[in-house]
Design a protein around this ligand. Sequence first.
Ligand code: ANZ
Ligand code: ZN
Length: 847
Amino acid sequence: GAHYDFAEIQNKWLPVWDELKPFSTADPDDKRPRKYVLDMFPYPSGDLHMGHAEAYALGDVIARYWRHQGFNVLHPIGWDSFGLPAENAAIKRGLDPAGWTNDNIAQQKASMRRYAPSFDWDRVLQTSDPGYYRWNQWLFLQLHEKGLAYRKASQVNWCPFDQTVLANEQVVNGRCERCDNLVTKKKLTQWYFRITDYADRLLDDLNQLEGAWPSKVLSMQRNWIGRSTGADVQFAIEGRDEPVTVYTTRPDTLYGVTFMVVAPDSDLAAELVADVRPEVRARFDQYLEAVRGTTEMDRLSTDREKTGVFLERHAVNPLTGERIPIWAADYVLSDYGHGAIMAVPAHDQRDLDFARAFDLPVRIVVDTTQPVTGAIPVIHTDPVTGEPILPEDAPLENPSETGVALTGEGRLINSGPFDGLSKSNAIRRVTEALQGSGLGAPAKNFRLRDWLISRQRYWGTPIPIIHCEQCGEVRVPESELPVLLPPAEGLDLQPKGTSPLGAASDWVNVSCPNCGGPATRDTDTMDTFVDSSWYFLRFLNPNDPTQAFDPKEAEKWAPVDQYVGGVTHAILHLLYARFITKVLFDLGSISFTEPFTALLNQGMVLMDGSAMSKSRGNLVKLSEQLDEHGVDAVRLTMSFAGPPEDDIDWADVSPAGSAKFLARAWRVAQDVSSDPDVVWKTGDPALRRITHRFLADAPGLVEAFKFNVVVARLMELVNATRKAIDGAPGAADAAVREAAEVTAMALNLFAPYTAEDMWQKLGYEPSVALVPWRKADPTLLIEEAVTAVFQVDGKVRDRVEVSPKITTDELEALARGSEAVTRSVGDREIVNVIVRAPRLVNIATRG
Ligand code: ANZ
Ligand code: ZN
């Protein structure tokens, strides 16, 4: 048409691309170097929304960019289609989760095709497909064989609303991540993956990602893994044969221990109260009851009032032989360290709060006013005179009075042979002393827990284990995979704490693969984070029925060069994918240890400053935006709104403005000479300089994710081209054509439909997406400069390169600022300054 009609352009090019498959990665003989650009795959929980639109627009800028740079770019898409959202929605509507899921996938797929990210549509996968989840089962078997998948009975996080177990990661501020109800505890036998075996590597390998992953994500991962180093120390217990081991990060404070605390919900506490006085026992039981209903967050909180029960039992300090009381208190957790601590109220805030609440002694063993070698002592100043108080004069304040524990550096006191040592030396020496007498050893602990992977829900991968009375846990032979989910029909999917699969008796009852005797299938399904922990490898051969992934293809494509997705997955998903990658490395299946070489977290799309939601009534529907403004305008708006990491407030951006710009760019192509064989060199140099500056700068800007700046520069280029068309040198000039071609090529990053249409108007075949990035001509990048001469009393004192457009004032300021000029003037008086911009300044002096 003669005017820009986005709908017409979309309808024209979509079938052409379907036919042409410009983003196919099927050719095994493709000689281009490779890049793997991956967007986090979506849950099919409804149609695509604005958040998807942002993520897929930004990821596509990167994928398209690398193609222009001559790379064979793998940019696949799939669906994370198992899990609670599908199941809950299916229950609510009385539908089969499979059918509901597939309908949503079909809808999302249609929307995605129209939205036109440069996906390779021949590599689609969905995790609820047996062809996919059988490899989850395969992976499970590998972990089981290595002892990395195991069952244990333990207190688990339990969501009473979803009636399901939650991983620690899915508990946010004591509430269920999905439904926001308070999480409680329940004792259940569950499947775990032994991710804690990999804690050190998961932590240490983060260093490799420094600079390539957002630093915020790196520190969230580090905190989550939470490595702490210290010592295990053994305390003898009166009336008990075995000592109790405690974990401490401060063995240097051992002389300051005044009591011991055990977690009320630990096995140790249960044993210690087994034969105490009935009154104590009763008090303890009552306390335990209350503790059971308290969240971990509250238990660890420092501002909560301390509670506890004295057990009327005693421990013995291994170094001093001192007898100390044993208490049970909820600020000690049963599943960290050994579930028991040595309490040092003078130097630990929670111990101090507890000691003050129950009137227990406080003994200072580190003088925190003493300077330590290597550390700069804090100089206190007298509040009245302002005079410095020398360190040795600073008062050592008593924590039992101030309520503030002394946690800083210092030197040991009241610690027998260790007196005078600095904290760090003392930590080493006390640990050595304990080790020498067999009463302790260096130790470390992690905040990270093993990954709880079993769920008592229907819509997930069945765990490929058969329970046999004779043989115990038996792995389903690989040849019998997949263990198919039984049909949902006839099963009650309502959550009730046991898996709905248990009711599928034909499915559950099998003969043992080992002895042939009667046996039953495990009825739990896997956490969907298992599905997404390795999906990036399945894209390499998504339809291969013989293996999870082809190691040769992994060698070619993996790891992922650029991963793009929301910061909501900064801990869980990324940690699990990193773990499974290391397991696969150890199995010899892949040769790399980190799955995602670089990571970009896009911000959120907000509306009027807050997250969009149906309940808030501020939902902006993507489909309506696409109908109103067109795909390209919405995509361009996502890139132009600001740095990709920042949130976009849809109330503050203008897709209409984007559409206007696209029309303007499109009309440039329309107005340009139809002869593609012009000689660039003959073009107008001023316009060519703008074009080539853009060509030179854009790659660095894209690689630094400054997409908004690239768009702004593109707007500048289009404006300059329009000026050249409407005035001098006119539409027929070669520079105009060159600028239009560069615009079409670069616009492909942000607005592929418009770009393709422009490309055709300029006389070329599709697809513009495969055009090599035009080389910037270096001779056009040099800004012209002239040499200005600075004289003092007629003698040349300095020369500087300046712009030919420099103003008189600017040039004079430069001259007065010149060091050579200032030196030459000395302390004589300046009586006259003559400026002839851009070439000369003469300063006349007297005196
Ligand atoms: C004595 C001590 C003195 C401690 C002192 C600290 C300061 P991170 O860094 O998190 O590993 N602790 C050990 N096990 C615990 C548990 N199950 N529940 C609650 N607290 C526990 O913290 C380790 C420190 O937390 C340990 O070092 C212990 O207190 C406490 F001036 O031992 B410390
Ligand atoms: Zn058996």
